[in-house]
Every structure is written in C-alpha cells, then in structure tokens.
Design a protein around this ligand. Sequence first.
Ligand code: ZN
Ligand code: FE
Length: 270
Amino acid sequence: WNLTQSNHIMLHIVPVRAFTDNYIWVIHDRCHAAVVDPGDAAPVLDFLQRENLQLVAILNTHHHNDHVGGNAALLREFPVPVYGPAHESIPTLTHRLQEGDNVQLAEFPLSFNVFDIPGHTAGHIAYYGANLLFCGDTLFACGCGRLFEGTPQQMYASLQKLAGLPDETLVYCGHEYTLANIHFARAVESGNQALLELEAATRKLREQDIPTLPSTIMREKATNPFLRCNQFEVIQSASNYLGASLPDPVSVFAAIRNWKNDFVVPQREQ
Ligand code: ZN
Ligand code: FE
C-alpha cells in the first residue's frame, strides 16, 4: 500500500508474515523503515536486507509475544527507539505511550496519535496518523480480539473509539483472520448484503494467498458485527444465542463475543 504525503515523499506499508497468521507491518520510504509489532525478528531482518532498508523505530501495540518477541533480536542489529504501551511490561521499551501522546518518527514525515484501547490486553494502544491505523489485536477485519485482560465494557468503548475515526482510515490489524471472521459474522447477521460481497472478495484474495488487509473504517462499520451492536439483526441474534433479551449495546457485544469464543469455523477457514 503506497501513501503519498503532501510533501511528495512516498511511504510504503508492507506486511511481513510471521508465525501462521501474524502480520508485522513495515512502514518505509525505500531508505528507512519502522516496524509495528515484530513478533519475530528473522522475517523482518530478511525483508530489511532484501529491500536495503535501515530500521529506525519499533512500535508495539501490546505485550503479547507474537507482537514483541522480535524486539530484542532487532535491537542487536539496529539500536532504535522502541515505542509501546506505558502500562504494560515490555522489557525493551524506551518510550512509554498512552492516550494523547504523539509519536514523531524523525526520519519520516509522519506522526501518530496514540489511543488507549484496553480490552484484549489492559494496556493495549493504537497508533493513528496520516489516515493509517495500527490497532494490533483490538479491531480485526470483520472481528475483534479476545478479551484476555479487559471487560466487555472496555473493549466495546475501545472499538467505538476506533469506529469514530474517518471512514477512509486504513485499518492495519495484527492477524489474517478475515475469512474465519466473516463466517461468524454471517451467522450473526445473515441478512447483511455487504458481508456476502466481502466474503466473495476475501475468498478470491485468500485463494491467491494475498493479504485481505488493510481494511477501512467504512468497511468495518458495514460488516463487523462487533461494531454493529445497535443493529436489529445483531441484537436479535445475540438474544437468541443467550436466550434472554439484551438491554444495551454492551450486553449485545458481550453476548456475541462469548458466542464467537465457542464458534466452530469450518477447518479450511481456521
Ligand atoms: Zn494479542
Ligand atoms: Fe496477536
């Protein structure tokens, strides 16, 4: 994905794959690079070497090892600043960030605003700037992260915060979960025509092993059940699942998040 800044420096946002379904996002200008959530150093070092890039910064969204596990090995090659959540324990952090902070990457004409988005982990943060959102394991294409450390109320508020960003915001998530997420979303909202179209387009991409990201905030508002907890069909499905009526969007969110925890996706789409 290419992004032309107003001063005509072209930034490229490239996924480096790690483990089975992680994306490590590399932001570069053909000379310098910043990496978001390097869970593994080896594929990042390969990419930097192949593209002849100098690493200038590491950005972490949360403390899980599949997002920070490569920090130390990258630092041995490139002693760069490591940005990450102020309220999580990540041994290599040099810059502790929270809501309202701003990250200016010296080598790029690019700065990020930091949002606190607790829910998946207690201190999870997102980076937003120049129409780009790096949101780790909070908002996925057509889904959201599991609630390992937060409450449904917190996660719902975090997702609403991200949903409030401009429609055209490009959403860079930490994992390729889109097709399995669509499967669940269709169970929740079978009448959503946008989901059918997204499923067809997503299948085509996955058959060719092409990433389905970035998404956009507009697309997520149209297809992601976790951003649609005030829609009639989502409320109905959630109530049916729970066998009780649900008084508010947070209860709807909590019900479908629990439902998804137990939802079995056909093997080939896991
Ligand atoms: Zn995680
Ligand atoms: Fe993850």
